[in-house]
Ligand binder design. Sequence first.
Ligand code: PMP
Length: 375
Amino acid sequence: MAAEYGALNMSQGFPDFDPPKALRTAVFDAMNQGKNQYAPMAGDGDLRAWIAGETESQTGRSYDVTHEITVGAGASSLLFASIQAFVGPAEEVIVLSPAYDLYQPAVELAGGTLVVVPLNATDYHLDLQAIKAALSPSTRMLILNFPNNPTGSCWSMDDLDGLSALLDNTDVIVVSDEVYGPLQHDGRKALSVCHHAALSQRALIAASFGKILHATGWKIGYLLGPSELMHEVRKVHQYDVFSTGAPIQSGIAAFLNSPEGKDHLIGLPSLYQNKRDRLLQGLAGSPWKWRPAEAGFFQVLDYGQFDERDDRTVVQAWCRKGAEDGIALIPLSPFYPTGIPEGHPTHRIRVCFAKNDNTLDEAIRRLLIISNPVS
Ligand code: PMP
């Protein structure tokens, strides 16, 4: 609809700026150095070595380069492969809502049954009591996503301790989608299931180079997990994706091992926090309401103060305003596979703030027109 109506597209999660020049050069160099044939099924060796080193230095957890790290076509392909590898008919998969849209169809395709448990209605953190109530002897998998898309909420070590205690004496597999992990705001330290000794033993953890290198179109991501779990995932990966973007993987490894690559990663949190702050400062004093996103590049905004219509209706109306004042946003209700539960907030939309300053400023202008149509 954004393209059809010429509206400013603040909806999907991708930057409107390019990956670093040194990275683009490294990929170009890899092509010119002949890295143009199939990469190994598990991923480029240099890239897996970088992933192992970075994970160990950030979390203290070591993953074996040969058996416990797999590179795929974005985090998506590996999340999908993980679900297909372990979920079968009559098995239940717990998903926490609001949830990224990939999990439900992947579980249904595997023949599994989705069990939706809402996050806490106030801050979108874990509701351990609700998860406890949803666990059953048929629970095969629990899918986590933090920093969360769409809400930007991030959980704590206490949450992970509580979760781990709930899963003691079960054989539930945890799939943790952590693609926004490094994009932390307000000085928060990135937390991963890798940090948790017990949970990490039963977990497959997905990450995405697209999100951290401003290169979502390259579709390179990776999965970490104990070898006995990874062995099963690779049986699916072998036949759905097998091997992906050899020169891109090689170029990413060269870039991340270079001084420019190290600086890039160090600068990520402030880059995105500044964008979030620019957006929220621009809306300060308006009838839009929010809790600042804790991480990631999405901000949820509440429009309940000035418009009573449901979220799908308003985003379509605001998009149809067209090239001059139109803006494309994502309603929150589609992130609830079984609908927004009783007592949970409605009238919310998601904005992607992974945008250049002039795009953000234009988005602010249009959002202010929406909230104050007479000005
Ligand atoms: N998980 C979440 C929560 C996401 O938001 C996205 C991208 N929108 C993905 C996974 C997909 O990542 P990739 O592009 O690496 O497949």
